[in-house]
Design a protein around this ligand. Sequence first.
Ligand code: NAP
Length: 359
Amino acid sequence: MKQYNVGVVGATGMVGQRFISLLENHPWFRLTTLAASSRSAGKTYEEAVGNRWAMKTSMPEAVKNMVVLDATADIQKIAKAVDFVFCAVDMKKEEIRALEEAYAKAECPVISNNSAHRSTPDVPMIVPEINAGHAEIIDFQRKRFGTKRGFIAVKSNCSLQSYVPALHPLMDFGVTKVLACTYQAISGAGKTFETWPEMIDNVIPYIGGEEEKSEQEPLKIWGSIQDGKIVPVSSPAITTQCLRVPVSDGHTAAVFVSFENKPTKEEILTRWKTFAGEPQKLNLPSAPKQFLHYFTEDNRPQANLDRNLEQGMAVSIGRLREDSQYDYKFVCLSHNTLRGAAGGAVLLAELLAAKGYLD
Ligand SMILES: NC(=O)c1ccc[n+]([C@@H]2O[C@H](COP(=O)([O-])OP(=O)(O)OC[C@H]3O[C@@H](n4cnc5c(N)ncnc54)[C@H](OP(=O)(O)O)[C@@H]3O)[C@@H](O)[C@H]2O)c1
């Protein structure tokens, strides 16, 4: 496989740090360029991060002395130096939209963790096991931007990365309605217990914008390309409640689901066991071998025990049973900063590289 030179925009942040850890020994991607705000620009990466390094593994030696560039002022320089960038920045939505478009127009593909472009109709929002085919919209987007290489592709919100994969293999039973309550880790807010002590022994029943994303984004992921746009599906009806809980990493969801043609419990378990997407078929470096793991024990999945399954890229499911109001209910879990953020973006980049979009 070809080697790609890669940049991380927002390299000093929580997701940026996760990218740096994941790319340390990546077989296809070589990290050559780091960028962040003007506050960090000109400093070495180690100086710019200061005491903010939040990964459990230590900062890779190779990045410590790399000089951080200015994500906005140095766009042309960065675009020339790399084959594509990962982007995860904390800026206003309209500023992120403009920043990502500027990279794309400078012929630098952007694989984004930000939400700014998730609802743009010709920007694919891809969970690689589910809707790899949405990459085909990139040709339409390139026409709109007038670019040969440049484009933006995004990954979806971390909250839905457990229940949408679990529901996907069941869609042809006619999923009519879904209720999901999510129990979300504090790293999803870029925080640790040291930086957010108020979360110890606490639950906060509100995460700004999260319920809207959790209800709307699945509809685009299951949508289809029509006339150069991704048209969302109109069903299932999805309702969610998203709570912040005192867990470091790992978003859990309690899910209720009804079907047009109610499957048996055995049929659901077989669908989960046998499901494989493009990443498994293409044997991508970050793909979990078994995407969906079902636990038969009543007390699983647990965030603390199961979030790191298959390097944090698999989804854990348990407690499937019939329900008195819906057809079935179950619980599922995914690692929010691995599968749900940087790991999902790296897998998306691998998919796009394998399909030739990053050449
Ligand atoms: N945390 C998660 O689990 C998670 C999951 C999915 C998606 N996301 C999304 O990923 C993005 C980053 O989240 P995070 O948790 O990593 O945030 P964070 O820890 O606050 O990091 C923010 C990053 O953005 C940079 N930045 C801030 N203002 C900038 C500017 N004006 N120009 C260029 N860079 C700027 C910061 O650089 P300086 O250090 O120089 O200030 C830093 O590198 C957000 O859009 C978030 O919604 C996060």
